[in-house]
Ligand binder design. Sequence first.
Ligand code: FUL
Length: 621
Amino acid sequence: MRLSYGSRICFVFCFLIIGCWLFAQPNQPGAYGATPSERQLLWHQLQYYAFVHFGPNTFTDIEWGHGDESPEVFNPTGLDCRQWARVAKEAGMEGIIITAKHHDGFCLWPSEYSTHTVRESVWRDGKGDVLRDLSEACREYGLKFGVYVSPWDRNHPTYGTDQYNDVFKKMLTEVLTGYGEIYEVWFDGANGEGPNGKKQVYDFPGFAEVVRKHQPNAVIFSDGGPDIRWIGNENGYADEVNWCTVRKGAFYPGIIGVNDQLQHGHEGGDSWLPAEVNTSIRPGWFYHKDEDDEVKSLNRLIDNWYHSVGMNGNFLLNLPVDPRGLVHENDVKRLQELKDYLDRAFSVDIASGSTASASEVRDPENSYSAGNVTDGNPETYWTTPDDVRSSWLEIDLKGEEEVNAILLREYIALGQRVKSCTVEAQVDDNWVELTSSHTIGNRRIVKFKPTTTSKVRIHFTSNASPIISDVKLYRVPEMIADPRLMRSKDGVVQIWSESPDPEYYYTMDGSEPDRNSTLYEGPFTFSQSGTIKVRSYTEGGARSSEVITFDLDIPKTSWQVLDETEDKNLDRIIDGDPGTVWYGRSDEGIVIDLGNTRALTGFTYLPRQDLRKGGNVSRFD
Ligand code: FUL
């Protein structure tokens, strides 16, 4: 074969570039175990983006539409996707994923393959298209655009037959080809009955092929990937052990009973499948007016941030758009408070540019020195010879600084290696332990007690030589913990919090408490239904927490759990104490005698709180 002159020039040029690169990176460490794909690496550069749940449920005030709602219920009075994008951008978010179709089957775009869409609604005389508006707004505000498309469809007449998989692929094709670049496709594993009472056997490999064909750079999310996995809970909590690796085939969309494994991943797993951490800013995914004062507190969102972005995950925070078609003012306010906290916490890296040394350096003549971890460049890294499994890095701040948080990053393009680490500071010539942690992965942020020091040392235990690209140190603001409240079975209310010695002021008439409200002086009896709002004050009133609202329903004074199983712990489910737990077998019923006849319209239950996972009821009668 004879190459043209142009091709030869091109060939020589490529050869030179590769040669220079190899020369610049001699003795480069090899990859360890599973590594991320290009599209996963792009996703790892993100941290925080919005989920938007919007559709007929927004207007019918329910979470799961039945699919038989009239399309006319969908009628936002002032839909403004530019407001959503502006709010997300100002909150520091990097993208928006919209429920293009939820389980009720209603399409937010005028799909040719359904008669249950915006086209059939009265909104904008059936000429509107939410995906068009939102994709354009995202482009205008420099945000990424993603789509949630529910395979479960309680409206489509073909659901439950082979034909439906083709219908779904065609719908997907419309979404993936009509609205520009899409960065993430979110597949919900939920699989219930359709209008004909049948369930669907989903063709997930076929759905993924459609995504790859039309949006090759988009990552596909589901419980089991193929690109991004669910974290195993909807509360917004990853765990200290969070491997990006999993055993091939261990997870698939809709899998149940493995939430614990989803949360932790598998050490040494042969597939790269990192976790996305999702939760809603309110209790529900969709908007409900009666949740306007149940927007998660700033403390709670900060906690979610440290347990997602700070625990090797990306944070997907849901904003339930309201019936006007806007992100509600209360949610906007909270998002701005979170942004303000994050700016105050992370805009100054105290370790930036400081010198660093290490127990060992791979090939000291070349570019793997300890100083790479403080140069602010995530593409440079410190590493050791191949056989090192236990090592340390020391950061010299050149002068005393007060620090209370550390950020660590592994160079994950070459695999996830660190199993655990311990952080120490030199205080009065002694090394004192500040904190310890398990896995690192793409990003780990750990808070510790404010400490004044000039030297910080991190010890690593790893499954292969450690490769660390970043170490940053911060002085993050300390928050006043949210007040907590509990009413015992006999109606006695107690208020407490994790902050030392605050004063609590409360109201029972729905007004916002301040220091003129009732001071909490100890447990008191509250034996009716109603709302108690509490705010804590510290430093003689100079600093205060947010107001936390507690809705207390029917008092349980006359309740009794009928103990048919001799299980002494049954009383724990009505003792009002969120810290006590009752475990039942999944087929066991519980009988509660309310002591008198009452008209009931619903019930709530509180799953186990301490593990931040598990304990959820999946079915009940
Ligand atoms: C779940 C759905 O059933 C909820 O409605 C919501 O969309 C959540 C994000 O995923 O599986």
